[in-house]
Design a protein around this ligand. Structure first.
Ligand SMILES: [Zn+2]
Ligand SMILES: [Zn+2]
Length: 368
């Protein structure tokens, strides 16, 4: 039978320091490394044993656990895995730092990310707003508090990996022995196994739950902006932390305004008479209306800039501007009296216009 006391394997005292442990390990690893003992199966087995023992004892947490539970644990083999650094050490020592696919200790994994979309108004985007969103996502099981065990029972430490969630595999290759740390098959990396699964979640530790949360949409967001809410996404399996919830913002069209960055643009339609004679017109701002003065002789396309009536800068206080684009509308249809008045105006100003209300034929001709 091989020696099962990890301290004996590493030829150190039980109360040795981390440094002593490391020194002894390096000395033994060199001594028994397969490269130095070609074809010696015993040395190879010893090397494996040493590496595995060091895996456990070099991790303070696992060493403490080992000290507490003694050397009789691990019916399925040596406890190892854990500290990826020590696996790397072995390779640094013998292969000059050649890569090794070492994985960190596993344990409960965080939940995945989830996403929802939220439609907001232009006003919300301009000033910020609180919104409630309702989502149905896996959340911690209320009956087992997420550990997946029937109430009153506990998960059992995995006997394959001794709770590490990972095990070390040694295989022969042309370069000698390759060591890799892989997820424990028996517990799928959880480090523990459930003997009596919770009836509510069947051992998953989470169930689909519908919840409503209030989120603060900041001023200045735009179409396609995404808010990232840490810890509001799906719960991880068996008590793992929640993933992230991404909220994609859709800004509903506002028929009053076009948005360009933080500026807003509004088209104000005025009549020919208003353009010619001047007028006071009322235009919308985001939350109120404003009277602006149209000067006599205003041309189509004239732009009025109203400062600070646009969108609030994201994470700032400045606001963009509101631009009023004046469009002079030409009446598409005229009643008889209007037509007569305009003819009179044209005559007065000596403008050439069609003599009579022109039919289709006349109009075509006029275009030439
Ligand atoms: Zn449960
Ligand atoms: Zn395991």
């Amino acid at each position: 039978m091989a020696e099962t006391d990890l301290y004996v394997i590493l030829e150190v005292e039980h109360n040795c320091s981390e440094d002593e442990l490391k020194k002894s390990y390096r000395r033994l690893a060199r001594q028994y490394h397969p490269d130095n003992n070609p074809g010696n199966a015993e040395a190879e087995a010893r090397f494996k044993e040493i590496s595995q023992a060091y895996e456990v004892l070099s991790d303070p947490e696992r060493r403490a656990s080992y000290d507490r539970f003694g050397s009789d644990v691990g019916a399925g083999g040596f406890p190892f895995g854990g500290g990826a650094g020590s696996v790397q050490d072995i390779f640094d020592m013998f292969f000059g730092g050649m890569g090794v696919n070492s994985q960190q200790r596993r344990g409960p994994q965080p939940g995945p990310d989830a996403e929802v979309s939220l439609e907001i108004t232009l006003d919300d985007a301009a000033f910020g707003a609180q919104h409630e969103i309702t989502v149905t996502l896996p959340q911690k099981c209320p009956d087992c508090a997420g550990n997946g065990c029937e109430p009153g029972t506990q998960p059992e430490r995995c006997s394959e990996c001794m709770g590490a969630g990972v095990v070390q595999r040694v295989r022969n290759s042309i370069l000698g022995q390759m060591m890799s740390t892989v997820v424990c098959n028996r517990c799928s990396g959880m480090g523990s196994r459930i003997t009596s699964p919770c009836a509510t979640c069947r051992g998953e530790g989470r169930t689909n739950q519908t919840s409503t949360m209030t989120i603060q949409v900041p001023a200045g967001v735009e179409e396609g902006s995404t808010m990232r809410l840490a810890d509001r996404g799906p719960a991880g399996p068996r008590g793992g932390p929640n993933g992230r919830l991404f909220v994609h913002l859709r800004v509903a069209d506002d028929e009053r305004f076009e948005r360009n960055g933080n500026d807003l643009h509004h088209e104000a339609v005025i009549t020919f008479a208003q353009a010619a004679l001047g007028a006071t017109i009322t235009v919308p701002t985001l939350r109120e209306t404003l009277d602006i003065e149209i000067e006599p002789g205003t041309q189509n396309g004239t732009v009025h800039r109203i400062r600070h009536e646009g969108i609030t800068q994201l994470h700032g206080r400045n606001r963009g501007d509101l631009y009023i684009h004046v469009a002079v509308a030409v009446p598409a249809e005229l009643d008889e009296e209007s037509e007569a008045l305009i003819r009179k105006l044209a005559e007065h100003r000596g403008e050439r216009v069609n003599a009579q209300h022109s039919g289709l034929f006349g109009r075509r001709k006029a275009k030439k």
